[in-house]
Write a protein that binds this ligand. Sequence first.
Ligand code: 3PG
Length: 393
Amino acid sequence: WKTLDDMDLAGKTVLTRVDINVPMENGVVTDATRIEKIVPTVKDIQARGGKVVLLAHFDRPKGKVVPEMSLGHVQEALAQALGCKVVFGADCMGDVAKAAIAAASPADVVLLENTRFHAGEEKNDADLARAMAELGDVYVNDAFSAAHRAHASTAGIAHLLPSAAGRLMEAELRALESALGKPVRPVVAVVGGAKVSTKLDLLGNLVSKVDHLVIGGGMANTFLVAKGTEVGKSLAERDMAETARAIMAKAGATGCTIHLPLDVVVAREFKAGAANETVATDACPADAMILDAGPATVAALETVFADTKTLIWNGPLGAFEIEPFDAATNAAARSVAALTKAGKLVSVAGGGDTVAALNKAGAAGDFSFISTAGGAFLEWMEGKELPGVAALM
Ligand code: 3PG
C-alpha cells in the first residue's frame, strides 16, 4: 500500500475515510480519542496542499437517516481538535456534498454526513462508491478500525481513485505487523473477556503464532471446566469444553504454552465491593463465582513477562469494571507498562474493553501502541484479511 509520501496532493481534493465513531452521551462526545488520532493525517494532507473531505460512518443507522446519528454532532469536537473551520455537508454524495466542498477553502476541513445513511454503504454498492469518488481526486483511508467492513466508503471507492493509507492506518498496520507478523520472540498474547465462543478464531490463530498464550476472564473458566476443574457458579460455557480441549491440543502441537489462572478471587455476588476470598483454582466453592485471577497468577505472569520481547493484549483478566475484581488486570497491565517503558518489550493492545481496562489501570500511556480498533483489531489477530486494507493494495 501507498502512504501520503507517495501521493501528489497539491491542489487536490482528498477524500479521507476516517473512523470518528466516538462514544457520545446526550449529544456530547465522551471520549475524543478517535478524533484526536486523525489530526496528523488531516494536517499532513493540508501541508501537502490538499483539501480534506472527511467520509465517515457513525453508529449503525442501517441505511436510514437517523438524526441522532448525524455526524453533525461531532462537527464541533472535530473543529476543536483540528483547530480549523469544519464545513458540514448534509450528505456524503451528490449536489449537497459538492456544494459543501465548493464552499470550503483549502484551509478548512469538510465533514460529510454519515455514509451509513445510504443503504448502499454497507452493501458496498458500486453506484454509491462512484458517487462518492466523483467528489474528489484522491482517496486516503485512515480508518483502520473500520477496515474489517467491506463497505462502499472503505473498500469500493479505493478501486476508483488513486489511493493511499493515512498516517493512523499506517501506524496501526506497522504496529500489528511488529506484534504478530514478524515479531521479536518470545511473543506473549494476553487474551481475556467473557466468552470463548466470541474468540474461537482468535485463540485458534494465536496458538500457532505465539510462544505463550495467557487466558483470563470468563473464558479461562471454560478452559478450567475443559480440564475437569469445578468452577461453581462462575460464568463458563460448558458446551465449549470440547473446543477448549482442541485449542489446548493444538497449542501442545505448536509449542505454545497456555497459562490459566493458578489462583482465583471468588465471591457470591457480582457487585462492587462484594465479600470475596482468594482460593486455589480447584477450590472454588459450589455457591461462588470466579471474578478475577489471584496474586499467585499475577506473580507467575510477571515471571513470563520478564522474558518477553513482544506482547499483544486483548481483553481484561477479570471483572475489571467492578472493584476489587480489577486487581489482576491492573497489576498485569502495570507490569507490562513498566517493562515497555524500560525498553524491555514491545506491547500492543486493542479491541473492545481492552483500552478502557488499560486506561483504568493507568497503564495505557506506557504501552508501545494502543489500537483505536475494536472488531478490526480482533479480525486482524484472527489472521483474517481486512477488506479496507486489501483494497489499498
Ligand atoms: C468500531 O467502532 O469498531 C468501528 O467504527 C466499526 O463500527 P461497526 O462495528 O458498526 O462497523
